[in-house]
Write a protein that binds this ligand. Structure first.
Ligand SMILES: Cc1ncc(COP(=O)(O)O)c(C=O)c1O
Length: 391
């Protein structure tokens, strides 16, 4: 692992549009989706004792909407907002129920959404297309797992194509195809001129942050340290933005974890010029969901200004986290966590227990009073690879 510490300025204005009000809107919408259930916040009590911290809590997103990952929160909420725009509806006055009328469904059945994905976002978009009676076209980068492609088709009415391009190029292709075909691009990252939809996706993720904070508060806890995994950093930036708004004077330290092969946020932080930088080429990592080379334009400034540190992690850190989740300390509940879901537990456990990392542990202010929040962002989304790693 490599670590870069960041100094977060106190009293810095919290990021806009990511506070409790935005979260409440997303929560209101998600609660209307049939089958919506809060995901569990699991306390790894024995592990926290062993690692000598006050608490380790895991928000387990593997059960979200039956999709095995958190991503459906963003796809559904953005599709809701895009369709409200299409229909000329005020989203604040609308809910999921309004889309169930036959004449509305008829009208929406003419719409096709397109996206690029390494798996989980595409599944969320296919699922959302089914909910809203639309169609979906999903592009995946070269080398994508066939199991992940199948899971997208199973989630909803999606045509899925594996391209000959890397992730960033596949995103560009999705953008071009949307122009050519008149389809609606629903992409979970932002660039110049494409910000509205990703902003809604990011706001959709706030439901999980809101739930986690309420669940922690229900146990009389506040997080002191939050480890967040990042691909383009949209999820991490959204959750960080929410935490900064919600806790204001008692803001937790946020630590961003990425695969070393595609550590675009880590590299941007290291460059130190305030700008986002991309990783070129075709990065290889088992953390498919985090294999993204370019930071999201909306959330990079949030991660630059509000994260306390950045970790670049080898694949072995993710594999270690997966095994640690699967075979927990006595009496802690086992958690099924895929490669991208588990890297934060792997990193946190190594930081807390390995002498070699004690200076970073100190820099992060981790110790006996720390309450650590982790998000298991996915279950075994590639079951074959999962089995090979944990057994
Ligand atoms: C399981 C999982 N975790 C985390 C992420 C990271 O999200 P982001 O790309 O917004 O950083 C992804 C992205 O696809 C993912 O699939």
């Amino acid at each position: 692992m490599e670590f870069i510490q960041n100094t977060v300025k106190e009293n810095q204005e919290s990021p806009e549009n990511l506070g409790d009000e935005a979260a409440a809107q997303a929560v209101k919408f998600h609660r209307g989706i049939p089958g919506y259930q809060e995901t569990q916040l699991i306390s790894l009590e024995q592990l926290s004792r062993l690692l000598e911290v006050k608490g380790i809590f895991v928000k387990d997103e593997s059960t979200r909407f039956g999709l095995n990952a958190f991503k459906g929160l963003g796809g559904t909420y953005a599709m809701f907002r895009m369709l409200c725009t299409h229909l000329g509806w005020n989203p604040e006055e609308r809910e999921f129920e309004d889309f169930q009328k036959e004449e509305v469904r008829q009208q929406l059945s003419q719409i096709t959404f397109i996206t690029a994905t390494d798996g989980n976002h595409g599944k969320g978009v296919a699922f959302a297309a089914k909910l809203f009676a639309c169609k979906a076209h999903v592009l995946m980068p070269k080398g994508s797992s066939l199991q992940r492609a199948r899971a997208i088709r199973e989630a909803g009415p999606a045509v899925v194509e594996i391209t000959e391009k890397n992730y960033d190029e596949t995103v560009e292709l999705a953008w071009e195809m949307s122009r050519r075909q008149g389809w609606l691009l629903i992409q979970d990252t932002a660039w110049e001129g494409y910000e509205e939809v990703p902003r809604w996706i990011i706001q959709g993720y706030l439901t999980m942050a809101w739930e986690a904070v309420c669940q922690l508060e229900g146990r009389g806890m506040e997080p002191t340290h939050v480890f967040l995994q990042a691909g383009v950093g949209a999820m991490a930036g959204g959750v960080t933005g929410y935490l900064m708004n919600h806790y204001r004077k008692r803001r937790p330290a946020v630590i961003i974890a990425e695969p070393e092969a595609a550590a675009c946020i880590f590299l941007s932080a290291r460059a130190g010029d305030g700008r986002a930088h991309s990783v070129e080429g075709e990065p290889q990592t088992i953390m498919a969901g985090l294999n993204c080379g370019t930071p999201c334009r909306i959330t990079w400034p949030i991660l630059r200004d509000f994260a306390s540190g950045y970790l670049s992690c080898s694949d072995s850190v993710a594999a270690y986290g997966m095994r640690r989740y699967r075979t927990p300390e006595q009496r802690d509940a086992p958690v099924i966590s895929g490669e991208s879901g588990a890297v934060t537990l792997g990193a946190a456990a190594l930081l807390l227990q390995e002498k070699a990392f004690s200076h970073w542990k100190e820099q992060m202010g981790l110790g006996k009073d720390s309450v650590i929040l982790l998000i298991n962002t996915e279950g075994d989304t590639d079951p074959e690879s999962y089995r090979a790693i944990v057994t």
